[in-house]
Design a binder for this molecule. Structure first.
Ligand SMILES: [Zn+2]
Length: 126
């Protein structure tokens, strides 16, 4: 972030850039409240920028949620849902009893092949 690139520079010290003719962008301050430690993190954003719903808490590093008036904003977690595993997706389509049933079917099929006559297992052991 911007903090990192400023490391080693005396803040507010010599700037080689002239402020002549600079028009400051209108800014909006947003407040982020941490659910973990309860502290607020204040951040400045350009007036027309869309402030993110969450920010890392400056005190404890947990997730802080943006405040609007007396409440926090709704956090859109749909992007996190994309990180679900194959197992999660499987569970969305099948229940555990269904999966048990399928497993039994497959095992029965494998056992019948292995134990049956003329199967691969017989040929290999002969
Ligand atoms: Zn915190």
């Amino acid at each position: 972030m911007a903090d990192r690139s400023l490391r080693g520079i005396r803040l507010g010290a010599q700037s080689l850039q002239s402020e002549e003719g600079v028009v400051f962008e209108e800014r909006t301050e947003h407040l982020y409240r941490c659910a973990e430690c309860g502290r607020d993190t204040k951040l400045m954003f350009a007036h027309d920028a869309e402030a993110p719903a969450t920010w890392e808490c400056r005190t404890c590093g947990s997730e802080a949620v943006r405040r609007v008036g007396d409440t926090t904003v709704e956090v859109d977690r749909s992007s996190e849902k994309a990180a679900r595993s194959h197992w999660d997706m499987l569970l969305e389509r099948r229940t555990i009893p269904e999966l048990d049933e399928l497993l039994e079917e497959r095992l029965a099929l494998l056992r019948s092949r292995r134990g049956g006559h003329g199967g691969d297992a017989d040929r290999l052991s002969a």
